[in-house]
Each structure stands twice: as structure tokens, then as C-alpha cells.
Design a protein around this ligand. Structure first.
Ligand code: NAP
Length: 259
């Protein structure tokens, strides 16, 4: 299927590795120019070089912390009028809510709620004026099925989800859609760190925990960044213009409900 977005321009945040990179790569494969953002310059440049080598598109790397105003300004300077915006940043740490102070909450809100909202605010009116826009927010399956130790994530991402539910109905008549992609367990560095932490805490070895976690999932495995990116690219496609304000869960069937 031709996704019909060749020649478009995408700002993809948190894109040097993992799910964000999966999205950037799938978009580049469709002929979309990508502006990729992350904090670690070396890895980001490596990723940019690989994308340039593989795809005949323009790839711009912006070293920035997207959770700060200065970082977002740098990203928007490199890409003031994106056709596609993928919002993504690292997730907050796990823990017990009794130990979290106001600062911990503010950091989580900044990263997983207020930064995406700020980027939507900076880009959505231009998209509507031009008659095309796709915004995809990478959130988490924890929005639908909360994970107790990830209270910071459950809370902050639910705030973004509520905001998006309202605004997404105001933009779609202008061919600008806003949807959320909810990852369950995907095989990225973030998941590997969580497995390592679990191994340290339980005394089990890493491979044993990986195998147990995969076996717990109905698919019997973790998802891949390629699968995630493909779904993101579809949501950004010409064909997805009648879909806005949705929460698309990708979790191998782990969520047990009928709907
Ligand atoms: P990852 O493999 O750790 O990759 C995160 C990417 O985002 C990296 O490129 C990282 O580069 C960049 N990044 C992080 N913080 C940033 C910031 N402040 N500014 C700019 N770039 C930033 O993580 P992932 O697994 O792809 O996860 C992506 C998101 O999905 C996270 O919010 C995570 O919590 C959520 N999620 C993941 C899973 C999963 O199973 N993988 C499940 C549920 C939810 P730098 O560190 O160099 O900035």
C-alpha cells in the first residue's frame, strides 16, 4: 500500500533508538523527510547516518532535550512547519508514590504531558491552515491498564490522553488527526533496563526474566520497533484521515478486555 506521504516532513522526537527510531525509519521508508531529536549526540548522529544511507530522504539530527523549552525551540527551528509530529520522550522511573515529591511529578508531567502539548500548540494551527497534519503521541499501555509502580507514567500520560481526546475532534475537519499509540512490551533498551532491574531485585538471571515476561504475553514474545513504526506510519498516512482521538493499543493481546 502506498501511504501517500512521500515528500512530507516529519518531526520525530526521541528518535535515536527504540520506538521513536522505529517511527522515523518507517516514515523515511515511505519517502518522508525526517527531523530526528534526542539528547545523546553520538547515537543520534549514528542513527541519522544509517537512515541517510538506507533511504533517499533528507535526515536532520537535532541534539536537544525535548522536555525543555530551549530543546523544543531547537527542534522547531530545524522544522518549523512539520506535516507530521511524533511526540516521544523517555518514560518516568518506577517507584512508590509515597516517595515522590512535587519535583518528581513536575518532571513526569513535563516529559509525558506538557512537552507533547507544547509541540502540538506550536504546530497544529499551521497544519490546519495547510490542510494536512498527522500527530502521533507515543504513550503507554499503562494508560489503559495501569501498572502500579509506574504511577508517574499512569498519571502524566492519562493527562495527555484526556487533552488529546478534546482537541483531536477540533482538528480533523482540517485533515489534521491526533492519535495516541500505546506500546505494551517492546524489545528496546528501556525494556531491557526494566528487566535488568527486575533481575537485580529478584536474584534471577536476565534471560530467565526475559523468557518469563515473553511467556506471560499472549503473543509469546515482545514487540519490535519495526512493528511499532509501521503502525505509526499508517496513522500518518493519507488513508488514516478519518481516524482522530484514538488510543491504539499494541501489546500482543495482553489487555484482556473485549474492547
Ligand atoms: P528507549 O529505547 O530508551 O528510547 C528512548 C528514545 O528517546 C532515545 O532515542 C532517547 O535518546 C530519546 N529521549 C529520551 N528522553 C528524551 C528527551 N528528554 N529529549 C529528547 N529525546 C529523548 O525507549 P523506548 O522503549 O523506545 O520508549 C519510548 C517511550 O515509550 C517511552 O516514553 C517509554 O516509557 C514508552 N513505553 C515503552 C515501552 C516498551 O516496552 N519499550 C512500553 C510502554 C511505554 P536520548 O536518551 O539520547 O535522549
Amino acid at each position: 500500500m502506498d501511504l501517500g506521504i512521500k515528500g512530507r516532513k516529519a518531526l520525530v522526537c526521541g528518535a535515536s533508538k527504540g520506538l521513536g527510531r522505529g517511527c522515523a525509519e518507517a516514515l523515511a521508508a515511505e519517502g518522508v523527510d525526517v527531523i530526528i531529536v534526542a539528547r545523546n549526540a553520538e547515537l543520534l548522529e549514528q542513527t541519522a547516518a544509517q537512515l541517510r544511507q538506507r533511504y533517499a530522504v533528507q535526515v536532520i539530527a537535532v541534539v536537544a532535550d525535548i522536555t525543555t523549552e530551549a530543546g523544543r525551540a531547537l527542534a522547531l527551528q530545524a522544522c518549523p512547519s512539520p506535516d507530521i509530529l511524533v511526540n516521544n520522550a523517555g518514560g518516568p522511573p518506577p517507584g512508590d508514590f509515597r516517595n515522590w515529591e512535587r519535583d518528581d511529578w513536575i518532571k513526569a508531567l513535563d516529559a509525558n504531558m506538557l512537552s507533547p502539548i507544547a509541540l502540538i500548540k506550536s504546530t497544529v494551527d499551521g497544519m490546519m491552515a495547510r490542510g494536512f497534519g498527522r500527530i502521533v503521541n507515543i504513550t503507554s499501555s499503562a494508560v489503559k491498564s495501569p501498572i502500579d509502580i509506574l504511577g508517574l507514567s499512569n498519571g502524566a500520560r492519562s493527562g495527555l490522553t484526556g487533552f488529546v481526546a478534546g482537541i483531536a475532534r477540533k482538528t480533523v475537519a482540517h485533515n489534521v488527526t491526533i492519535n495516541n499509540l500505546l506500546p505494551g512490551p517492546f524489545d528496546t533498551d528501556r525494556l531491557q533496563s526494566a528487566i535488568l532491574a527486575g533481575a537485580t531485585a529478584s536474584g534471577k538471571n536476565v534471560e530467565q526474566i526475559r523468557a518469563e515476561r515473553m511467556a506471560q504475553n499472549p503473543a509469546g514474545r515482545f514487540g519490535t520497533a519495526e512493528e511499532f513504526g509501521a503502525m505509526c506510519a499508517f496513522l500518518c498516512s493519507r488513508h488514516a484521515s478519518f481516524m482522530s482521538g484514538q488510543n491504539v493499543l499494541m501489546d500482543g493481546g495482553a489487555y484482556p478486555g473485549t474492547f
